[in-house]
Ligand binder design. Structure first.
Ligand code: FAD
Length: 486
């Protein structure tokens, strides 16, 4: 087993620079880090909406929030507004907050369902501060207690991380990787060979080359499990436009007849994109639809991005770990890819092969990565399959056979309103419940513990919770005013 003293990161997109930031910050002095990227090839150029776990990761790599918000044109995010997902005229917000108050015996939504059946409850979002703040366009950080994430400019983010890493001693090599050299005996990766013949040797390699997957796919031949039968969207077109109004503190996900569109507000512009299934919508029609719907002036030429939903069968193979697009991709509906990079890096450091790669550590890493991305996959499919729209694409999504894990979860909620968060699963009970109810999955029954409350007490408790939420939200500034201040 070769002790790992030198790590080579192939690729300088969000995955590559986050890896570089983590390794230089946490292992600087113990391992040398080299990053190779090609400006000519460039990055995927999207990936600008995140979830709250980003803040914990920023703490680990020492990012100061104000500094980061200024440098990357970031805005704040309290959730996602799903528009037209159950029916064309319906909308709900999946917020990052907790809703109401749960007990050990039953989650809050059981009490809410009981009160709702008696005509004594408001919409469920009324019992959640983040939900109501998002709905009213309000936000405050600091000690407001809100659970939030960011929208940021991906190009500026990579630049920001690069400056920090180079200041911390990272070596960056510019140029194209021509081939990957493997060790004749063991088969591990020995070096990246650049187009100009330079050889970049290392003990351990991170494949951050995006959809190209030069190391894990091309060189090591690790297969890809295709999930298109459940998630047939396979293309996106992205375009940036000037901002035309105050930034809202949420991402918008607006359904159309063969997929959905995103709208991500930053300080200086909007990120817009359309995700679609090419079996149902042509590139030209998708582009026309996107350009018709954007507001403001377009700042870049729209670009088609092709993708294949699925996962690399093993993200850690030999002395190589694949991160993000090289390791698998589930479409960006719930902004999970950057989170998956961060959690993979956290786990890699916990299992770091200082004394050489161990098959057991790699197996553990792969096992957790699989469960995590499958949980994300099921959550994304949930949004699509619980729909009541008429178009052929949406009918197909409603009628398709589901992964067993998801079919069982939906049946459980439908029968008894029970929801759960499995181990190594990202999404909480609150998230599952918000989307299931938002997509109009009506449970036939719920936990009757709420009936044990004395008459009037349930209504009074819910009334108090809603009043607390209203009071908390009223005290928050408008998101744009807060942004202008920070
Ligand atoms: P890339 O950005 O493609 O970077 C690849 C790097 O490898 C580049 O530096 C490139 O130059 C280099 N490279 C490749 N080949 C060579 C070579 N031969 N020689 C040298 N260098 C090479 N995630 C979220 O969390 N939230 C979102 O809202 C979100 N939206 C998305 C929307 C779409 C349409 C897509 C496709 C993805 C989205 N993602 C989102 C995912 C997110 O974009 C990625 O997780 C993130 O950008 C990381 O990409 P990457 O670094 O793996 O790849």
């Amino acid at each position: 087993m070769t002790a790992v003293r030198r790590v080579v990161i192939a690729g300088g997109g969000t995955a590559g620079w986050l890896a570089a930031a983590m390794l230089t910050k946490q292992l600087g002095g113990m391992v040398d880090v080299v990053l190779v990227e090609s400006e000519e090839i460039g990055t995927v150029g999207v990936g600008e909406s995140t979830i709250p776990t980003v803040r914990a990761f920023h703490d680990i790599i020492g990012v100061d929030e104000r500094d980061f918000v200024r440098a990357t044109g970031a805005s704040f995010k309290l959730g996602i507004s799903f528009e037209g997902w159950s029916r064309p005229d319906e909308r709900y917000i999946h917020s990052f907050g907790t809703i109401g108050r749960s007990t050990w015996m039953a989650d809050f939504h059981h009490f809410w369902l009981e009160a709702r059946a008696n005509g004594q409850a408001d919409e469920i979002g009324r019992y959640c501060v983040e939900h109501e703040a998002a709905r009213e366009g309000r936000f405050a950080g600091g000690d407001s207690g809100l659970n939030y994430a960011f929208h940021f400019d991906a190009a500026r983010y990579a630049r920001y991380l690069r400056e920090r890493c180079e200041a911390d001693g990272l070596t960056r090599v510019e140029g194209k990787i021509a081939r990957v050299e493997r060790d004749g005996e063991g088969g591990d990766i020995a070096a990246l060979v650049m187009e100009d013949g330079t050889r970049i040797a290392g003990d351990f390699f991170l494949d951050c080359t995006g959809f190209r997957a030069l190391l894990i796919g091309d060189a090591l031949g690790v297969g890809y499990e295709d999930w298109r039968q459940w998630l047939p969207t396979d293309r996106a077109i992205a375009v940036q436009t000037t901002a035309t109004g105050p930034a809202v503190p949420y991402t918008r996900a607006i359904a159309h007849d063969a997929g959905w569109q995103w709208r991500i507000p930053l300080q200086h512009r909007l990120g817009n994109g359309i995700v679609y299934a090419s079996d149902y919508l042509s590139d030209d029609a998708a582009q026309a639809r996107l350009l018709e719907s954007v507001t403001g002036e377009t700042l870049i030429e729209p670009r088609v991005i092709r993708f294949r939903t699925g996962r690399r069968v093993r993200a850690w193979e030999r002395n190589c770990v694949a991160l993000s697009l090289a390791g698998g991709f589930v479409e960006p509906l719930e902004s999970t890819s950057i989170h998956l990079i961060m959690i993979a890096l956290t786990r890699l450091l916990q299992l770091f092969p200082f004394d050489g790669v161990s098959a057991a550590a790699a197996a553990r890493f792969n096992d957790m990565a699989q469960r995590e991305i499958e949980g994300v996959r099921d959550f994304i499919i949930l949004h699509y399959t619980l729909n009541q729209r008429d178009e052929p694409f949406w009918q197909r999504m409603r009628d398709m056979p589901l992964p067993d894990s998801l079919a069982e979860r939906i049946a459980l909620f439908r029968e008894s309103a029970q929801a759960f968060q499995a181990s190594d699963e990202l999404f909480t009970v609150t998230s599952w419940v918000q989307v299931m109810l938002g997509q109009k999955l009506a449970p036939r029954a719920h936990n009757r513990v709420a009936r044990m409350m004395p008459a009037g007490r349930l209504q009074q408790t819910l009334g108090q919770l809603a009043a607390n939420v209203t009071g908390a939200v009223r005290g928050l500034p408008m998101h744009q005013a807060y942004l202008d201040r920070v």
